[in-house]
Design a protein around this ligand. Sequence first.
Ligand code: SF4
Ligand code: SF4
Ligand code: SF4
Ligand code: SF4
Length: 503
Amino acid sequence: MFYTLAIYCALAVFGVGLLYKMSGWFRFQIGTGPGETTMSTRVAAVLKGLSGVLFSPRLMILIRVFFRDVLLQLRILEKDRLRWIMHMLIFTGFMFLFFTHALDRIIATPLADRYYLKLNPFLIVPGLMVLAGIALAVYRRFVLKVPRLKTGPMDRYALTLLAVIMLSGIAMELTKLTSYEYYQFFWNIHVPACLLGLAYLPFSKMLHVFTTPASLLANGVMNEHSAAANVMTRQVMELDACTRCCTCSLHCSVAVAGDSLGNDLILPSERMAFLKDYIAGKQLSPRGLAAIQQGVYLCTNCDRCTVVCPAGINLRDLWFRVREEMILRGQAVPLTLTPLSFYRGLRQRELAPDQYAEPPRKAQQALGGDAARLRQPEQTIALAPADGGFGLSAALSGRAATFASCFTCENCSTVCPVAGNYDDPREHLDLLPHQIIRSLVLGLEDLAMGSKMLWYCLTCYQCQEHCPQGVKVTDIFYELKNLAAQKAARTSVPAVSGERAAH
Ligand code: SF4
Ligand code: SF4
Ligand code: SF4
Ligand code: SF4
């Protein structure tokens, strides 16, 4: 009676947990979206997309992905043979036991109701396979110490629980005909461990047993023409599909930056762990937030992580969306706000014009940029007295305060590729680099901060390198944009977030 109740409790927790997790895929979104979407419209979009695949030639792709990537896991084999052996041992052993032992009343008994062996190899062999896989996992993590592979409490817990289930199960099988006492002892370990594993599965890393195949299949049949609502749902699901295998971090082109910065958290596999909480709206520690900010800022969009990810996660698109999400929340690093930044350039075609231009415009406005006056040449701009204390009032660093040394030689504007890009740069940029610096010297800080040049700067550092006076031109631009981003976050986050529904 007690165990029957425990089984139903474990099943109930498993079911509710799974539903709760799945609802998150339809509740949350990352970055700008396709307009107003509710949970029901997103579920309907998934069903429509699924039926579109099942009744089209893309079904063949789905079948190929299922056999190649889900069953045979060839994406893992291509990268790491030892890891593939480990995976296959655990995967095939576990699945065999799940269907023929855990679900024996539904599957095994109707198929072979008279089949009974004293020592059942169909239980012992798969159990030993899972144990061998666990031993390989421990070997890779603690002896081989695969580079960039992190082992957290969740990994330890999952490996230990699985080992306890398998060991106690094999011991039960070995003792069932020799000692009822021992058999009962191991039963008392095996059954509660199985129930605990079942109840905990939706909340643990083991959920990837379901989500990784779903990610592989979804990415196999989705493309740039897929419904935006489905892309949104897939991206949230992909956060649960990540196994933190670290393959992406091993190939990431900026991983070395993590080493020199002493911040492992910028690695893509580490960022994924923080992203889940970030997207769910949980409060991140300053360290976690900085890791995401620094990671997406340093990321070069090289796409290597997407190509190698064995779970098929489209990481490049994910990082794009996370940048947009940070802009929406007022937590962007200034470079991502720049209209000419590389990643926004890549997204230009898919973002509506207002979505594309809005974030930099908001940040630009946050500093009360009075640059509109520059677009009215008939107006005279009154000169304020030179403000030597501006560096302090704007909380600029010592490096940035070097603007005071400028003698207006115009070298910075001459070498600037953004200024050189236009026949009439004043018309497009409001002020040239040397004019921004000059504005600061004259105390016209609102002009400097509101000018488009500040936001179009590519941070190539040419101006700074060519300045004969040692003015840290690019650093000054950075700090001004930082001030704008901080002010925008303080003053307009609710407005920006509220607009998400309208996007
Ligand atoms: S994103 Fe992919 S490659 Fe990176 S840790 Fe997750 S599953 Fe592995
Ligand atoms: S796209 Fe970014 S995160 Fe991915 S491998 Fe390249 S630099 Fe690393
Ligand atoms: S850092 Fe910016 S302002 Fe300086 S030269 Fe490069 S683009 Fe122009
Ligand atoms: S190069 Fe240096 S000194 Fe010359 S205008 Fe630019 S900031 Fe001023």
